[in-house]
Design a protein around this ligand. Structure first.
Ligand SMILES: Nc1ncnc2c1ncn2[C@@H]1O[C@H](COP(=O)(O)OP(=O)(O)OP(=O)(O)O)[C@@H](O)[C@H]1O
Ligand SMILES: [Mg+2]
Length: 259
């Protein structure tokens, strides 16, 4: 059974069909890509699966259970974690605190224990802190732990978002344009980092990315959306040679595939 099975999903914003009959399957440990031009519906698909927007039709089954219509926090607890196209960190909080917040979502003690600052609460806080540091180390930014998130270089903020997302120990990670705004060297670093992360954790990952080389290198299975609909699905080779994809999406940018 697939880890995530999305079937015939549609999302409507007023008169706009942002998603129309879209299906997607992700197995445990898969690394799949989701590409398509601006406005294709990629982020909307993430939003619909994570419960942020309402799907008007279709089914979403995760880990054997229907999650359609569930609240976003409940869906997160099922083991789905994500980063955002527009980075969403707490800029005035320290780097380690940003990760602790992710962990605390799945914790732990009640209000009374917090007010009384019981030994159990102090122990849990210490464990959360150590846990956060481990994830910062895993994404290679431990040296920034005491900086304020808003003061970090952009690429490091993107890593911090990934640390926060994986600190909840999800079964699947959704990455929405992690290479946005990165130069070639930073993009290359990100590819190596994501490959290593995937290998180490065995996490299933869905990656949205406009930097096509990232998707082509990392993903064996790619879905292409265009104007809310599925345009193609296949291996990087199949996608690169698909005439509908070339026509609708790549056009004059075809050389990007062969860079
Ligand atoms: N909350 C919303 N309310 C109304 N329209 C929306 C909403 N979210 C997205 N849309 C519209 O739905 C369509 C799909 O948007 P979406 O953000 O999913 O595209 P995308 O493929 O992620 O594009 P990009 O590559 O630019 O991030 C767009 O036309 C967008 O304007
Ligand atoms: Mg988007």
């Amino acid at each position: 059974m697939a880890l995530l099975q999305v079937e015939n999903l549609s999302v409507q914003f007023g008169g706009l069909k942002a998603l129309n009959d879209v299906s997607l399957q992700v197995d445990t440990g898969d690394f799949v890509g989701l590409i398509g031009p601006n406005g294709a519906g990629k982020t909307t698909l993430f939003n619909a699966i994570t419960g942020v927007v309402h799907a008007s039709a279709g089914t979403i089954v995760f880990d054997g259970k229907s999650i359609k219509g569930m609240r976003p926090d409940k869906i997160a607890l099922c083991g789905i974690s994500r980063t955002f196209q527009n980075i969403r960190l707490f800029p005035k909080m320290k780097v380690y605190e940003n990760v602790e917040i992710g962990i605390n979502r799945i914790a732990q003690y009640n209000m009374l224990e917090a007010v009384l600052n019981t030994p159990r609460k102090r122990r849990l806080d210490r464990e959360t802190h150590e846990h956060a540091l481990r994830y910062l180390e895993q994404v290679g930014i431990l040296q920034y732990k005491d900086s304020y998130a808003g003061e970090l270089p952009y690429g490091i903020q993107r890593r911090l978002e990934i640390a926060r997302a994986i600190a909840t120990q999800p079964k699947i990670l959704f990455l929405d344009e992690p290479a946005a705004g990165m130069n070639n060297d930073e993009t290359r670093d990100l590819i190596n980092f994501l490959r290593a992360l995937h290998k180490q954790t065995g996490l299933a990952i869905i990656l949205i990315e406009h930097h096509l080389e990232v998707v082509m290198e990392l993903c064996r299975d790619i879905t292409v959306l265009n104007l809310g609909a599925m345009l193609a699905h296949g291996t990087p080779e199949e996608i690169q040679n698909d005439s509908a994809v070339i026509k609708a999406y790549i056009g004059e940018r075809r050389n990007k595939f062969h860079a």
